[in-house]
Design a protein around this ligand. Structure first.
Ligand SMILES: Nc1ncnc2c1ncn2[C@@H]1O[C@H](COP(=O)(O)OP(=O)(O)OP(=O)(O)O)[C@@H](O)[C@H]1O
Ligand SMILES: [Mg+2]
Length: 254
């Protein structure tokens, strides 16, 4: 029952859902339909059903927590949403385009244009400084050196790392590395920010600083989807989706 409409801010069309009470129009930024992900090792008789027929609409500008026990399929879901992996079956509409059958090049292009991914283990390039880590994606987009530096410095400043821009990741604390990873995720000005346990490796105070950055991103109208094991982190989000054994068992909106 979804209809495709063009959106003013994006070149790709956005999907809109029918009107719901108190909201004349809700823009669906990402939508999965009957999504299935099955892992099958060559030669192995048993398949792992990581996601079993999940359908979810993600609303533009909302923050969503994905919760559930270990092995319930949270990271698998996030990786598919982040165009890092493809579903075995089902559809994934990103800003109205079905990307579920895109090849690797197509996925990496759309990822570069629309998605910022924050990994639990930060995934910064150890040999490069914070500034250089942020410049890498811009380099691949053909952005000029002076422009790269300016954009990277702006984001480093924003996450409060200006005095650490020339340090390598191993010279930074966990919280500082996570802030650098968030800055890198923002470098392409993504519409969706995905984060897999962004506070999982951090103490509470440092975790709170990270969550404040996510709150700001949401306030800017970006869609934030994060996997978390922590109930108080989930409570800060507009919506909490709980998974079990590859299925959504609860979907609560505040
Ligand atoms: N590359 C893979 N090959 C085979 N099985 C996999 C692969 N990745 C994940 N799985 C399996 O898929 C299921 C879901 O894994 P997933 O990583 O999505 O869980 P999760 O909810 O993120 O768990 P955790 O909270 O421990 O991170 C698990 O049973 C896992 O063993
Ligand atoms: Mg996981």
């Amino acid at each position: 029952m979804t209809k495709i409409e063009s959106s003013a801010s994006n070149s790709l069309p956005a999907i809109t859902t029918p009107a719901i009470p108190n909201q004349s129009k809700t823009s669906v930024i990402a939508s999965v339909r009957d999504l299935v992900k099955t892992y099958r090792k060559p030669g192995a008789s048993v398949a792992v059903h990581a996601i079993r027929s999940v359908s979810i609409d993600f609303i533009e500008g909302q923050s969503v927590a994905i919760c559930g026990a270990s092995g319930s399929g949270k990271s698998t879901m996030l990786n598919i949403l982040g165009c890092l992996d493809r579903p075995t079956q089902g559809e994934y509409f990103l800003s109205g385009t079905d990307v579920s059958e895109f090849d690797d090049d197509g996925l990496s292009q759309i990822r570069g244009e629309r998605i910022g991914f924050v990994f639990q283990s930060f995934n910064l390039i150890q040999q490069l400084t914070v500034l250089e880590n942020l410049e890498v994606p811009l380099f691949y987009q053909g952005v000029s050196p002076s422009e790269r530096k300016e954009q990277a410095e702006k984001l480093i400043e924003r996450v409060g790392l200006a005095d650490r821009a020339d340090h390598r990741p191993m010279e930074l604390s966990g919280g500082q590395q996570q802030r650098a990873a968030i800055a890198r995720a923002l470098i392409n000005n993504p519409v969706i920010i995905l984060a897999d346990e962004p506070t999982g490796n951090l103490d509470t105070t440092t975790g709170d600083m990270i969550l404040e950055i996510f709150d700001e991103l949401r306030a800017e109208g970006r869609t934030v989807i994060m996997v978390t094991h922590e109930p108080d982190v989930a409570e800060r989000c507009d919506r909490i989706i709980t998974m079990r054994d590859g299925k959504v068992i609860e979907d609560i909106r505040s």
